[in-house]
Design a protein around this ligand. Structure first.
Ligand SMILES: [Zn+2]
Length: 488
């Protein structure tokens, strides 16, 4: 008996674009305001109010489409998706049905074993709905501040086959969206919401069984994405085992489920509608959109180097391992900082080490990107050169790094002020060496008698001198001097 289980996952991602105003009215697009303070007749759906397109939403969407290698439609239009829900007072959502703004394209995702290219089917624009607040005593509140916020929906092909691939796709897309600065992509604020479509292709003795497709709605953390997909794979397999013939896509259709992060389980919500249930038709209130080649090319020219290309360049040009190159391309500014310092003549590896040791530690403490800790390319390059020129020791450099972030001063000035410049003054080094010898007669004796701990003792004395000098002495020079003095 043979049995193979292959998860088939496609992903829909909703991204709230960071335009100043909403997509079809002039209300502000702002998270966290008092309920219903950013609303007007258009976005609360009063009869007779006419929508007017915000061109910025189109430009941002074109930018994302181009970054995914999509074709950009020269002609696109708006359609009404009809359904009733309390957060949608018009009883239709303005969306794009048969003529999406962008598609098809691809996104390469990193994996433990290498990488994989995921096909993107389409990207289209629509308006977000409002938000229901169930935490109000005695009822449910409706907040329409979010109604009409531009929402870009990116739909992948079902090319994802493992939990790792699904999470990597979500993370890679998140990084790209932030990089392009088209959305804050703050997951806690719901700027980016993931909806994986999951089913299994189970092959038993040559027969393929397809389980019903489950769409898990509104996941707003990578953890939830991971938990929901992991749970669905297990659940669907268990259901299938109970009834291999009956638990099938053909018999059960598609379903929507939600994810409960506390129990880490998905729960049934409703059977999934088909497109014809929404009675899509073109919106008569909005003009179709035409996009010229000039417009598209103009936006393409603003994109610059994307994170994947930059990561590959760091590996090829600076000899970085994947992990380090990846960490330095989490955001655009951190890589810009590195490139800036190298451009000023600093050694690449040394700059990388500073950024990924002290830089990453400080960023981690503050919960920010490495570039946001307050260091400039000039400071970074300056510090790297001080170490290369033998003016600051490696251990002292970490202290200079921290101090120059605090003060904003040049590394040389910081090192001088803190007495961290390597001491090339032989008389000063000799004084420290003499002091260490005087204070540690036992260690000295072990070296003189050739005790088995002689080597360790020399190391101990060197450390004592470095301590006296607060890291400013040249360790090699110190060791040489210790040997000469003790053996004399
Ligand atoms: Zn409005």
């Amino acid at each position: 008996m043979s049995l193979t289980v292959k998860p088939i996952v496609g992903m829909e991602i909703h991204i709230e674009l960071a335009t100043q105003t909403k997509i079809f009215c002039r209300c502000r697009n702002q998270f966290g305001a008092s309920p219903n303070t950013h609303t007007c007749p258009v976005c609360i759906g009063l009869p007779g109010a006419l929508p007017v397109l915000n061109a910025q939403a189109i430009d941002y969407s074109i930018k994302v489409g181009l970054a995914l290698g999509c074709d950009i439609a020269k002609f696109t239009k708006w359609d009404r998706k009809n359904y009733y829900y309390p957060d949608l007072p018009k009883a239709y959502q303005i969306s794009q049905y048969d003529l999406p703004l962008a598609g098809p394209g691809t996104l390469d995702i990193p994996l433990e074993s290498g990488s994989k290219t995921i096909r993107v089917l389409r990207a289209h624009l629509e308006e977000d709905a409002g938000k229901l607040n169930h935490d109000i005593p005695g009822g449910t509140g409706v907040d329409l501040n979010r109604a009409g916020v531009p929402l870009l929906e990116i739909v992948s092909e079902p090319d994802l086959n493992t939990v790792e691939e699904v999470v990597s796709y979500a993370k890679t897309m998140h990084r790209l969206i932030r990089w392009l600065k088209v959305s804050e992509a703050n997951m806690q604020m719901g700027h980016m919401r993931f909806e994986p479509n999951i089913n299994l292709h189970i092959t038993q003795d040559g027969v393929v069984y397809k389980t019903p497709i489950i769409e898990v709605k509104n996941l707003n953390s990578f953890r939830s994405v991971e938990g929901a997909v992991r749970y669905e794979i297990r659940r669907q397999f268990e259901e299938w085992k109970k009834d291999p013939e009956g638990f099938s896509l053909a018999k059960r259709g598609k379903q929507n489920r939600g994810f409960d992060p506390d129990t880490e389980e998905t729960v049934f919500q409703r059977d999934k509608e088909e497109a014809h249930d929404y009675r899509y038709f073109p919106d008569p209130d909005l003009m179709p959109v035409t996009i010229s080649d000039e417009k598209r090319d103009g936006i393409a020219a603003t994109i610059g180097e994307l994170p994947l290309a930059r990561r590959a360049r760091y590996m090829a040009d600076y000899g970085l391992e994947f992990k380090n190159a990846d960490a330095l391309t989490m955001d655009e500014a951190t890589g810009d900082l590195l490139d800036g310092a190298i451009g000023l003549g600093a050694d690449a590896k040394r700059c990388v080490n500073f950024l990924l040791s002290r830089g990453a530690a400080i960023a981690n403490e503050r919960g920010c990107a490495i570039a946001a800790i307050g260091i400039t390319a000039e400071q970074l390059a300056g510090l790297a050169k001080l170490v290369d020129d033998g003016k600051v020791s490696a251990s002292a450099a970490a202290k200079v790094f921290d101090a120059m972030i605090e003060s904003g001063d040049a590394p040389a000035a910081v090192a001088e002020a803190a007495g961290l410049m390597m001491v090339t003054d032989t008389a000063q080094t000799e004084a420290w060496v003499d002091q260490a010898i005087a204070e540690n007669p036992e260690a000295v004796e072990m070296i003189q008698t050739g005790h088995k701990k002689a080597g360790a003792s020399l190391g101990f004395l060197t450390g004592a001198v470095m301590k006296l000098s607060r890291g400013a002495a040249n360790a090699k020079e110190v060791q040489q001097m210790l040997k000469e003095k003790i053996e004399k």
